[in-house]
Design a protein around this ligand. Structure first.
Ligand SMILES: *[C@@H]1O[C@H](CO)[C@@H](O)[C@H](O)[C@H]1NC(C)=O
Ligand SMILES: *[C@@H]1O[C@H](CO)[C@@H](O)[C@H](O)[C@H]1NC(C)=O
Length: 229
């Protein structure tokens, strides 16, 4: 970002905040605004201070450290609702009520929700991407990942991106989850059954272990961390 400075000292919060040193005697003839202006809409505030030459154009580089999550537990978190269709062994997950209602008319039965996602991105969270892949009619697999590169590779391989209108209007994602276990969040486990052509996601570690032990599903690690039910 290019900033034309008329300030001796500028302190940037997400590049939108300026704190002015109005007491500097070398610039007493200039008129300075005072105080701090914060226009950031995020809940996390990071202060980045840099002294820059007077009236110079500078390139602003945001801080490289990742700010700590602030745990906005009431930021409209949505249940990650789970559905199951037995005749084609297919799990489906959605945060969007009308979508769940529609799948209910397509022989999917709702089960326990698997934690909650944020509808808009919070500090420390990433999108949960979704796509649908065909295993030959009638088999389908709904695939979810928080790894953008993995998602892009799956889409390139034929998995059709499938968004959720409830999630910030973005076409391929259904909400946001943490990348580490913070704010009381719990792991969202991913499993896969090749014979069923089905990815299965759960926050229930007993259920996960049972499905690995009985040989039906293979462990595929942790997708990310969701708020508990
Ligand atoms: C800074 O730039 C403004 C606008 O270009 C100019 O009016 C002012 O004299 C400059 N101040 C200094 C100290 O160079
Ligand atoms: C977790 O899964 C086990 C095994 O399916 C089940 O007995 C238990 O009720 C589940 N716990 C919750 C909180 O859903």
């Amino acid at each position: 970002m290019q900033l034309k400075s008329s300030l001796k000292l500028i302190s940037l919060i997400f590049s939108f905040t300026s704190v002015v040193d109005a007491t500097d005697p070398s610039y007493t003839t200039m008129s300075y605004p005072t105080g701090t202006v914060i226009t950031t809409t995020t809940t996390q505030t990071v202060t980045y201070t840099q002294t820059i030459p007077y009236n110079q154009t500078i390139t602003y580089c945001p801080p490289t450290s990742t700010p700590a999550p602030t745990c906005p537990l009431n930021a409209g978190a949505m249940y990650l609702r789970r559905m199951w269709r037995g005749d084609i062994s297919s799990h489906f997950y959605s945060t969007y009520g009308p979508e769940v209602a529609y799948y209910g008319t397509q022989a999917y039965v709702e089960e326990t929700p698997q934690g909650r996602l944020y509808p808009v991105q919070q500090v420390g969270t990433v999108p949960l991407w979704r796509c649908i892949e065909s295993g030959g009619t009638p088999q389908v697999n709904y695939f979810y990942t928080a790894n953008a590169a993995e998602f892009q590779a799956r889409v390139a391989g034929g998995c059709q991106a499938m968004g959720d209108p409830a999630a910030a209007g973005v076409a391929q994602e259904i909400g946001y989850l943490y990348t580490s276990q913070v704010c009381g969040s719990v792991p969202l486990y991913r499993l896969y059954s090749a014979s069923r052509f089905d990815n299965f996601y759960t926050i229930n570690s007993t259920e996960r272990q049972n499905n690995i032990n009985n040989g039906l599903y293979a462990d595929q690690g942790i997708v990310g961390y969701v708020l508990p039910n």
